[in-house]
Design a binder for this molecule. Structure first.
Ligand SMILES: *Cc1c(COP(=O)(O)O)cnc(C)c1O
Length: 222
């Protein structure tokens, strides 16, 4: 017999060390599934489509914290800006500028992560470690009052070999530490490392993850 969502959730939570929080990735799953996890105590949910996030955020409990985790087109920022707790997938300066603009429009400061591209797959979005460094070194982000850069997000290569995955998480973690020391010594807000999905979150937590984004292992196949 298949376990229910609440049981799956408990199993994932039991595997997380203290200080690591779970983003339950609910994309394509219906409100009833989200509510099942919600009633089991889960409050952070991840979505990767603007329209779906807005639809769910406006109909589901108000204390849910919605994380946007997919590729976000600049013309969609205005829709999600009032509802997101965090945009984890900032992959260009253009997008960061638009979040600043829309954050100003709705009078809030939006937490974001910079998406790091380390995996081998050519299709993935994100900054290389060097590009990430350049963006922070150029410093325009320091003038932005409506975005707060809270850390990094990354996806490891989709491979079976755990040593490759571990190596990528480690590279991301070292990049995070380097950027933190160079650009965020005077602020404690740069503190999040979002890596690890259903198949690799146990590896991610051994390499600095503070947020894991788990969908399938909780809600089943999409
Ligand atoms: C879908 C998705 C996840 C969750 O993946 P699962 O394999 O279902 O756990 C995590 N991160 C991102 C960016 C995603 O798009």
């Amino acid at each position: 017999m298949e376990l229910g969502i609440a049981d799956n959730l408990r199993k994932v939570l039991e595997a997380l060390p203290e200080g690591v929080r779970l983003v339950a990735v609910s994309k394509y799953h219906p409100a009833e599934s989200i509510l099942e996890a919600y009633h089991a105590g889960q409050r952070i949910f991840g979505e990767s489509h603007a329209q779906e996030l807005v639809q769910k955020a406006t109909t589901l409990p108000q204390d849910i914290r919605w994380h946007f985790i997919g590729h976000l087109q600049t013309n969609k920022v205005k829709y999600v800006a009032p509802y997101v707790a965090m945009i984890e997938s900032v992959d260009s300066l253009k997008l960061l500028r638009e979040i600043e603009k829309q954050g100003a429009r709705c009078g809030r400061c939006i937490d974001v992560l910079l998406e790091l591209h380390i995996a081998q797959e050519a299709t993935k979005y994100g900054f290389s470690p060097t590009e990430c460094h350049t963006l922070l070194a150029e410093g325009e982000w320091r003038t932005m009052k409506h975005v707060r850069i809270c850390g990094l997000m990354m996806m490891a290569s989709h491979v079976e070999d755990a040593t490759i995955i571990a190596h990528e998480f480690e590279e991301a973690h070292q990049c995070f530490e380097l950027l933190r020391r160079e650009f965020f010594t005077d602020s404690s807000s740069f503190c999040e490392c979002s890596w690890g999905m259903s198949h690799d979150y146990p590896i991610a937590v051994q390499h600095g993850a503070t947020l894991v984004r788990v969908g399938t292992a909780i809600f089943g196949n999409r």
